[in-house]
Design a protein around this ligand. Structure first.
Ligand SMILES: Cc1ncc(COP(=O)(O)O)c(C=O)c1O
Length: 451
């Protein structure tokens, strides 16, 4: 009988993360200090992150051992299954073979705890008592709350106020795991107060929440900051996904023709495909496709250049595809895909043509998500639905050409906390936004002229 789920045993959880840095076609451009524009040193990052994570950020070691304590927590849900989407294939009547690597089975419901658990562990080991972070709709905040709870750390989450008010259930999940959640902007940081003085009704933004969490960390000796995407060490931790996938494809006697993932800051996509990028650089023919929203078209319409990582210009300046740090994303339902930039490691590979990028409107994305839910049963997160759309398009192309391609989708999370978005789609109330060209030009004009 054909296998529907390809499952590994706990012994087969990877023992080391894969660091792509020594295998890049050219070295990464150095991150710069936001005030001096000089390359950043470890001392600049020390107030924010534990030293072990700073070392991982710049490491040139190809393999970095996963500590036993982290592996022990990974065992709560890892290895995650690789599913063959037989029912979706049948509905599409395609000769393609479609697989999805299912990260939605983690306790918080996405790939995010792969790094949250590791980050909480290294902070705990270095004597940190509390971690501060930001969250938009709550996927990252809930993953960090989960990780901190496991290692006995306090967790403070600055949650964008409009989400705090409109999407209370992820807040409840974070609080259940013991985190303190504040609607941002708050009155307890200078960054928050200065915004509220100007605009007491400010609905908040990810940029403001980042500034508040960073300020909280640098003004408290026992507290550090944590980021859920973009940084090299975050992408590194996510490679457990791609490393497991490699073993599972081997078991299924498959070689992937197409790998597809969605991109917010790039962490799930990178973790899923970086172990295969190495094969591609060595000559294997694999198409690697990154999917993003038309409303936040960083990779498809942004230039590749240095820009600030946050709106307040306090985060490091990094070389990436960017829509400009003052870019304000339209209110689409994929909260996790609304960042103005993307991970520098991933951007380098897009710039080199090793990874290709596509952008989609939200109505066709939800149409794909509903077809997936009606065939495979699982309700995808709106973010994840972007790469399901691309996977379905590729499978339809195979139907036209008769090609029997092996397509693998990164199923980054479930959408159980996103039912309002599904309600809007089913009620035909979703709007498609393409970000206007003149707005992109306006935001790009404010980028520092470096490199
Ligand atoms: C389910 C899911 N997928 C994807 C993303 C995008 O983030 P990243 O690009 O870092 O994987 C998010 C972000 O919150 C998410 O919650």
């Amino acid at each position: 009988m054909e296998q529907t789920k390809i499952i590994l045993s706990e012994k087969e959880i990877p023992q080391a993360w894969y660091n792509i840095q020594p295998d890049l076609p050219e070295p990464l451009a150095p991150p710069l200090h936001p005030k001096t524009f000089k390359p950043l040193g470890p001392e600049d990052l020390a107030p924010l992150f534990p030293m072990e994570l700073i070392k991982q950020e710049v490491s040139q070691e190809r393999w970095i051992d996963i500590p036993d304590e982290v592996l022990d927590v990974y065992k709560m849900w890892r290895p995650t299954p690789l599913h063959r989407a037989y029912r979706l294939e049948k509905a599409l009547n395609t000769p393609a073979r479609i697989y999805y690597k299912n990260e939605s089975i983690s306790p918080p419901g996405s790939h995010k705890p792969n790094t949250a658990v590791a980050q909480a562990y290294y902070n705990k080991k270095e004597g940190v008592k509390r971690i501060a972070t930001e969250t938009g709709a709550g996927q990252w905040g809930s993953a960090l709350a989960f990780g901190c709870n496991i290692f006995g750390l306090k967790c403070t989450v600055y949650m964008v106020k409009v989400s705090y008010q409109q999407k209370p259930y992820r807040r409840v999940l974070m609080e259940t795991w013991g985190a303190e959640v504040h609607p941002s902007p708050t009155n307890s940081t200078n960054a928050g107060r200065s915004i509220l003085e100007k605009d007491p009704k400010c609905p908040g933004s990810l940029g403001i929440a980042i500034s508040e969490a960073v300020e909280d960390a640098v003004t408290h000796d026992d507290t550090k900051y944590s980021l859920g995407s973009v940084l090299n060490h975050v992408l590194l931790h996510q490679t457990v996904v791609g490393l497991e996938l490699k073993k599972q494809l081997k078991l299924a006697e498959e070689k992937p023709d197409i790998l597809i993932g969605c991109v917010g800051g790039g962490s799930n996509f990178a973790g899923f495909c970086f172990p295969f990028v190495k094969d591609k650089l060595q000559g294997k023919k694999i198409q690697i496709i990154a999917c993003e929203p038309e409303a936040c078209p960083t990779l498809t319409r942004g230039p590749y250049r240095y820009d600030f990582g946050d709106t307040a210009c306090t985060a490091p300046v990094v070389k990436m595809f960017t829509l400009g740090h003052s870019f304000i994303p339209p209110p689409i339902h994929s909260g996790g895909l609304r960042y103005h930039g993307d991970a520098p490691l991933m951007c380098l590979l897009v710039n080199k043509g090793i990874i290709e990028a596509r952008a989609y409107h939200q109505n066709p994305v939800f149409e794909a998500a509903v077809l997936f839910a009606r065939t495979e049963g699982i309700l995808p997160a709106p973010e994840t639905a972007h790469c399901i759309k691309a996977g379905i398009d590729e499978a339809k192309k195979c139907k036209e050409t008769g090609e029997e391609k092996c397509i693998v989708i990164a199923f980054s999370g479930h959408g159980h906390f996103d039912l309002a978005a599904y309600d809007a789609y089913l009620g035909k109330k979703l709007e498609d936004y393409a970000y206007p060209e003149e707005k992109i030009k306006e935001a790009l004009a404010a980028i520092p002229a470096i490199g």
